[in-house]
Design a protein around this ligand. Structure first.
Ligand code: PBG
Length: 326
């Protein structure tokens, strides 16, 4: 009888041995925690499709950020739900807008204790629910760039660390970089949703942030989920335009693109584990069909293993808690 020459199980004999050879690590430091803030809200509202996720009134933001920071999570990603929407998306770049107010308040209370990132997009702020400005019957790329740039500058004035454009307009990184630099905000960084795919995994978010398109879909501006080379061109274009951190979005069905981006480029790579990924796990866990902690751990480690340096995830707080315990 011939013995196998290599027995990989020799390195799996005990917990300590497995720890010794573990290749991928996960820590609360890897997370960016999304925070939804809604204008004129009196008390928190639960997001129906995303169990344990809430929209917060401005008054509750400090407590929320404190909880996040105490868990060892270094960054938040702010999403605003304004009271007023119009065709121009003007509440997005209002210096007194809900996102701007939240940024200023967090900066005042926390100083440099947390990295403040904010979504730069128009779909929550336009009456059409589209990520750009409509001219005639289409989303006009270049008009939208001006609005996105103004939005980024108003967030910078409020004290944001990192603006995170997610509108998928061509040239958005260059337009925002130029506008920030022209206004003296040379140290405000840009984490672009570089390869943001047209995905059905976003539907619970539309419930969370009231930003479903009123007509049509986002196929004319988001990346088709069939095209990997096109996704790499999006990443490359953002790098050429001066982006600081690139992002692949969603995460779990796009691990190949995370790995490819990590291999090809030297910029930090973020992955956005989106609302639908969260809702699928929560839905099955609530039924008792999967173990929530185990499956969350496996998903987040897999995203790290693929090559992500950081993960935007709705599991940030719960995962930070179980990582602290283990
Ligand atoms: C806004 C935006 C969306 C998400 C983040 N920013 C929705 C969309 O493009 O339809 C989705 C995030 C998630 O599903 O968690 N442009």
């Amino acid at each position: 009888m011939s013995f196998p020459t290599r027995r990989l199980r020799r390195l799996r004999t005990s917990a300590k041995m497995r720890e010794l050879v573990q290749e991928t690590n996960l820590s609360p430091r890897d997370f960016i925690c999304p925070v939804f803030v809604q204008e004129d809200l009196k008390t928190r509202i639960k997001v129906e499709s995303m169990s344990e996720i809430e929209r917060l009134p401005l008054e509750d933001i400090n407590d929320e950020v404190e909880t996040i920071s105490d868990l060892g999570i270094p960054a938040i990603m702010l999403f605003g739900i304004p009271s007023n929407k119009d065709e121009a998306g003007s509440s997005a770049f209002d210096d007194n807008g809900i996102v701007q107010k939240a940024i200023a308040q967090i900066r005042k209370n926390f100083g440099d204790k947390i990295v403040i990132m904010a979504d730069v997009c128009l779909c929550q702020f336009t009456s059409t629910g589209h990520c750009g400005i409509i001219q005639g019957n289409k989303i006009d790329n270049d008009t939208s760039l001006e609005t996105l740039a103004k939005t980024a500058v108003s967030q910078a004035k409020a004290g944001v660390d990192t603006v995170s454009p997610s509108a998928m307009m061509d040239g958005q990184v260059a337009a925002i970089r130029k506008a920030l630099d022209d206004e003296g905000f040379t140290d405000v960084s840009i984490m672009s949703h570089s390869a943001k795919h047209r995905s059905s995994f976003y539907s619970p978010f539309r419930d969370a942030a009231e930003c479903a398109p009123k007509f049509g879909d986002r196929k004319t501006y988001q990346v088709p989920f069939t095209n990997a080379r096109e996704a790499m061109m999006e990443v490359e274009t953002d790098i050429n335009e001066g982006v600081d951190i690139v992002m692949i979005k969603p995460a779990l069905s796009y691990l190949d693109l995370i790995a490819e981006t990590r291999k090809r480029f030297n910029v930090p790579v973020a992955a956005y584990s989106v609302s639908g990924e969260y809702a699928l796990v929560k839905g099955a866990a609530t039924q008792g069909w999967v173990n929530e902690k185990d499956i969350t751990e496996e998903i987040l480690y897999s995203i790290k293993r693929a090559g992500a340096d950081m993960i935007v995830t709705y599991f940030a707080k719960s995962a930070a808690r179980f990582l602290q315990e283990s």
